[in-house]
Write a protein that binds this ligand. Structure first.
Ligand code: BES
Ligand code: MN
Ligand code: MN
Length: 452
């Protein structure tokens, strides 16, 4: 049902209140904010009319659960989202502060606006509106909202594995992805997996004067550079033995569908990436490179002197933060072992390099031959007024693999973000019309799915 202007104002105020909570999952000092965000979600679920709403607190950040099972004989939909957000740094790049939501040009700017607080609210508000209008829901619903998605936390895995009965459903809806273009309703049908970890490199027993010892002492930062450059060179090929063995190429039908998407490589380079050139493997299109090829990326290098000015030191150790994105048929455990072996092979003499994996998630592809995808596709189409496109995404959402592999659930990745939303970057935003249309689309989905 269309949302009247007055109600939009109320929805916006709720959204802003949620965005003001700096629920950064990686930062221990934000633990109280994490708890506040979880409680905010629980309160919203309760006021939407859900039952048995509670926080599940364990060693990690709390998960929030809620359900409404008043439609016997009708399907049960499990809704998933995450209330945790990425750190906001670099802070001085934000036009308005990251946790002081500001509306400009019909966009709301704040960390978490699109990833994933806006999309968590879309799901809850859709249920709340249906409930308020009709006094019930056309289908049964369960909500599982977590606070460790951005750090690959283990709570959700333990929960999904230990509580299969509680999460029993006919399908899962995950609102945590993007539309391919504005006005183009999109269902995401593939995600890359990930292996994230640190490479610890040690050399001398302590930091050394670079003039007195330079020329004799090994330098772990130099070693880091050599290791990184031996694993991936300018041709974009990842030189890890066996790494591509399990990579499954997209089908011809999928490639053809991607070729029909409205994609302009030059515009993508200028407007989204903002670089002089695009890199990567020769002979493959951009969409194939970011959706269907694995990666090796360095996210940060710690070591030596990084303060203002100069200091002549040969550091004793260095740490490199690394991730590999994985594509269908690659296995995180296998890839992680292959990387460890590759590091051992290329590690220069005189230093010790140790790979420490933190977390991982498998790649996934979504089966589209089910009535839930049909219902979602139709609902999106009706609200956005265009035919729904099916795309993959290069990002990872660990829970999707779990829901598919552990619970056998069909997953519907119904996302309302846009390509220029700046997720994980400064000036993250959500396009407000998409916030409201998202709510309407999920409402319509609930109606459509009831018919299946
Ligand atoms: N929502 C994103 C993933 C995403 C982005 C999916 C765009 C589809 C389109 C998610 O919050 C995310 O950032 N995931 C992390 C996972 C990791 C830390 C385990 C990622 O992809 O880096
Ligand atoms: Mn997300
Ligand atoms: Mn994210």
């Amino acid at each position: 049902m269309p949302i009247p202007e007055t109600e939009k104002q109320t929805l916006l105020e709720t959204f802003k209140a949620f965005l003001r909570i700096p629920s950064i999952s990686t930062a221990p000092e934000h633990k109280p904010d994490i708890l506040r965000a979880a409680q905010f979600v629980a309160d919203k679920l309760r006021s939407a009319g859900l039952q048995d709403v509670h926080l599940m607190e364990g060693t990690g950040h709390p998960m929030v659960y809620g359900e409404w099972l008043g439609a016997p004989g009708k399907p049960t939909i499990l809704f998933y989202g995450h209330y945790d957000v990425q750190p906001a740094e670099p802070l001085d790049e934000w036009i308005s502060p990251a946790f002081e939501p500001a509306v400009r040009n019909n966009n709301i700017y704040a960390r978490g606006a699109t990833d994933d607080k806006g999309q968590v609210l879309i799901q809850i508000e859709a249920v709340a509106r249906t409930m308020a209008r009709t006094g019930s829901l056309p289908v049964n619903v369960k909500f599982l909202i977590e606070g460790e998605e951005e750090v690959g936390g283990e709570s959700i895995e333990a929960y999904v594995k230990s509580k299969p009965a509680r999460l029993k459903a006919d399908a899962a809806v995950v609102c945590d992805s993007e539309m391919f273009a504005p006005e183009l309703p999109t269902l995401c049908v593939g995600l890359r997996g990930i292996v994230y970890g640190e490479l610890h490199i040690t050399a001398a027993s302590q930091d050394l004067h670079s003039g007195v010892y330079g020329g004799a002492a090994p330098n772990p930062l130099q070693a880091a550079a050599e290791i990184i450059a031996s694993i991936k060179g300018p041709d974009g090929k990842i030189r890890i033995a066996g790494f591509y063995n399990d990579v499954q190429a997209p089908s011809d039908a999928e490639r053809e569908a991607w070729a029909r998407l409205p994609f302009n490589e030059e515009e993508y380079r200028q407007k989204e990436v903002g670089s002089k050139i695009l890199v990567g493997e020769a002979g493959l299109g951009v969409l194939e490179r970011v959706w269907a090829r694995p990666t090796f990326e360095v996210h940060g290098i710690k070591g030596g002197f990084v303060g203002e000015g100069a200091k002549t030191v040969i550091p004793a150790k260095a740490v490199v933060k690394i991730s590999m994105r994985l594509v269908p048929k690659q296995k995180p455990d296998v890839a992680s072992k292959q990387l460890a072996a590759a590091i051992a092979t290329v590690c220069p003499a005189g230093v010790i390099a140790e790979w420490k994996p933190f977390h991982s998630a498998p790649p996934c592809v979504v089966d589209t031959a089910n009535p839930f995808i049909e219902a979602a596709s139709l609902a999106m189409e009706k609200i956005f007024g265009n035919k729904t496109v099916f795309i993959r995404s290069g990002g990872s959402i660990p829970v999707v693999g779990l829901l598919q592999n552990e619970l056998g659930l069909p997953c519907i990745l119904m996302g309302f973000g846009l390509p220029d939303d700046n997720l994980h970057a400064p000036n993250e935003k959500l396009h407000l019309p998409n916030f409201y249309r998202g709510i309407e689309a999920v409402e319509l989905f609930l109606e459509e799915v009831c018919k299946s």
